[in-house]
Structure formats: structure tokens, C-alpha cells
Design a protein around this ligand. Sequence first.
Ligand SMILES: *[C@@H]1O[C@H](CO)[C@@H](O)[C@H](O)[C@H]1NC(C)=O
Ligand SMILES: *[C@@H]1O[C@H](CO)[C@@H](O)[C@H](O)[C@H]1NC(C)=O
Ligand SMILES: *[C@@H]1O[C@H](CO)[C@@H](O)[C@H](O)[C@H]1NC(C)=O
Ligand SMILES: *[C@@H]1O[C@H](CO)[C@@H](O)[C@H](O)[C@H]1NC(C)=O
Length: 395
Amino acid sequence: MDSNNIWITLAVLAAYINLSYSNQESCKLQDRRFEWNDKPEEENDKVTAILGGDVTLKCVLNGVTEILSQITWQRWINEKIENFLIYHPKIGPHPLVPFARRVTFVGKGAWDGSIIIKNVSLSDEGKYNCIFTTFPTGSHDHFIKLFVQVIPSITVSSENILLAGKGEATVATCIAAHGKPAAKVSWETHLEKESHVVDEFFAENCTVTIRSQLLTFPTKEMNQLELHCVVTHPTFQQPEILPYKLNISYPPSVVLKTFVDEPDQLTLYCEADANPAPTKFVWIKEHKMLQNMSTNKIFLTKLAPHHTGLYSCEASNQHGTGNGNLFLLVEETFTDKTRMIVVFIPVVILTLTVLTFTIKVLCFGDEAAFSTKTAVRQKPNDTKQARDSDEVKIG
Ligand SMILES: *[C@@H]1O[C@H](CO)[C@@H](O)[C@H](O)[C@H]1NC(C)=O
Ligand SMILES: *[C@@H]1O[C@H](CO)[C@@H](O)[C@H](O)[C@H]1NC(C)=O
Ligand SMILES: *[C@@H]1O[C@H](CO)[C@@H](O)[C@H](O)[C@H]1NC(C)=O
Ligand SMILES: *[C@@H]1O[C@H](CO)[C@@H](O)[C@H](O)[C@H]1NC(C)=O
């Protein structure tokens, strides 16, 4: 990033924070306008609806023995009072503005003026008043505050390529976008060291986006570790739990292994632990390149003493290269052959075709280079790897 780009980024960030801040202030103001000082708080005056859902505003007047002239529904919209529906005992309900098309009068008779608002939108949030006009005393107000909640949309992801051993990094980001009210975001992990950076952004429509970043020191062992982002919100019956698998990149560490497939055939297998998987394997014998391709195996057929030598395999991904080495010793076992020829002539032909070599394998990977202190004897076809030194005897 050059300095121009940095300034642009900072300017955009500053504008973003400013915008969020001014939105937050105006949303607070809006909430404050919600607070009515003219009436004591009553539980049944608060109604919550979910965006896109239907909500019933109950309005029942009890214990009045007068004559009902009409019921008027009004709401505060953009700081103005708007009458949107009237009900006359003889005529029935009558809508006054386009909004009232989403309103159904469900009151049963004179003293019940309840309505249902269908497909609630954010702009429906506000103060409502249902006024019973009676004769002879006048009118009775019934105030209702309607709060509209918005279900946040939740995602968990990682934006960066995460490299093991390169210091602290944001390994996962959980976003609860455009919820109302703001969602709460937390993490469930088995990480030993972690920290969180949480920020919130208020949109103009008073929905809130919460972003929680999970920071830790990525290691190779953390690759594929599962963790969870936990989001709670009033519109959820229980917390939403989102699983996420860490994807930590690291260069290959390589171990060269041998497998005896056929009596006189050996597979050299370049076992590389890497993320992403290596794309290139270079095979070298005694400083001469044998192969340079994407295969992690080479086959040595018709084993003979000329196969003896130091083999190495270099595996690479975009983060680096690792290599494994192995010394292979192939020698003829004349002693056995001679004895067999003398004693079991018919068997000799068979024995000769089956096997005439002893194969000695010395192996050293990245970590155990050139150490041969614990020699492990391996049976043919046993695929277990001996780290420091193997001796494979076929016969
Ligand atoms: C609900 O209202 C939104 C706009 O606020 C509209 O796009 C949507 O089609 C409506 N849904 C129904 C079922 O009427
Ligand atoms: C892990 O991240 C690397 C580098 O960004 C990407 O190439 C690879 O596809 C990712 N693997 C998974 C399982 O998401
Ligand atoms: C609120 O505003 C944001 C940002 O403009 C928008 O993405 C979101 O869909 C809006 N939500 C509703 C319910 O209108
Ligand atoms: C292997 O081949 C690639 C091209 O395919 C080349 O860039 C690379 O240098 C080769 N590696 C060796 C060790 O020769």
C-alpha cells in the first residue's frame, strides 16, 4: 500500500466512523422521542414486532357506560400526527391513508378497537394512539409503543491467509449484520491465548452491525481446529451457534518413507505435512534430479545395487519448501544364493526370481537429520516408519 492509499483508507474509515456515530446519535434521539412524559409507563403499552411479521395492537376500553361515537387510530410519523383509520359503530372500519391498507380492524364490537398491522416495516416503529370518542364525556386515549426488531444476518469467516508462526493475527471474524437491536457476539474456543476486537456500526435506519474479530497466534497445530461464534438476539429463541474451522497455512515438513510392494520393487513415498497441500515434488538422487513434478511417489523396479544412494524429496507449497532424505543400500546376498544352489536346486530358480537382494534403508527426515543412534528393524511390508534408521531385509 502506498501512502496515498493509506490516506484514502484512513479517510474512508474516518467517514465510516463519523457516519456510524451520527446515525447512533439520531437513533438515540429517536428512542428518546419514544419516551412519553405525558403518561405513566404501563406494561401493555409496549409491543414488539419482527420486521416482515404481523403484530396486534390491542385496544380495549372497559367500564365505560357511555355511547361510543367512534374509534380513531393515529400514529406519530416524522414528528407529525397522522390519523390512519377510523371505526364507526354503524359504518365499520374505514382506512384514511395508504398505510391503513396493511391494517386490519379486528375489534369485536363497540369497546374493542384492536388492529393487526401486516408485514411490519421499520417505519412502522413509533407511537400509536387509539382514541375512543364517547358521548357525553369526550375521549379516552390508549397509547401503544411499537418496537420493530430486525433479525440480524450472521456470518463467520476469515479474510486473511493465516501463516503459522508469524505473530498475532485475526483468525476469524463473526458478523451479525443489520440487527435491531444490536446482537451480542461471543466466541467459544479451545485456544489458549485469544483476544477479541468488537466494533459496531449504526446504519441510517438504526439497524446495528456487530463485528467481532478473534485474534490469536496461529500455529500449525491450530489448523482445522473448530471454534464457534455465539450470537444472541431478542428475535432468537436460543443463541445461534456458528461453527468455523481454522485454516492455518504452513510450509511442508517432509518424511521420506519406503514401501516394499513386490519382492524386487520399492516405492519411495514423500510424506509431506503442509497446508495447502504441496503442489511440487522434486526428487533428487546424489545431487542429480530424478523428477520434478507433482507426484509424491517414485517406484524403483528390478532392484539392483545401482539403486544404492542418497535420495531426497523436496516438497513445496506457496509458503515454502521442506525436504526429507533417505539412504538406500542395495546389495546382493551371495552367501545365501550359493548355499541354496548347492542344496535345493529346484527351489533355486524360484528363489532367484523372488529375491536376491538385501535392501538397507537409512532414513532421516527434517528433524532427525543424519542421526542413526536408534536403529529400528522393520519387517518387509510393514508400512510403519522408523524415523532415524530402517533396515529392510527381504528374503
Ligand atoms: C412486505 O413489505 C415489503 C416492503 O416493505 C415488500 O417488499 C414485501 O413484498 C411485502 N411482503 C408481503 C408478503 O406483502
Ligand atoms: C485455506 O486457505 C488457503 C489459503 O487462503 C486456501 O487456498 C485453501 O483453499 C483454504 N482451505 C480451506 C479448507 O478452506
Ligand atoms: C438498513 O440499512 C442497511 C444499510 O443501508 C441495509 O443494508 C438494511 O437492509 C436496512 N434494513 C432494513 C430492514 O431496511
Ligand atoms: C522444476 O520445474 C519448474 C518448472 O516446472 C522450475 O521452475 C523449477 O526450477 C524446477 N525445479 C528444479 C529443482 O529443477
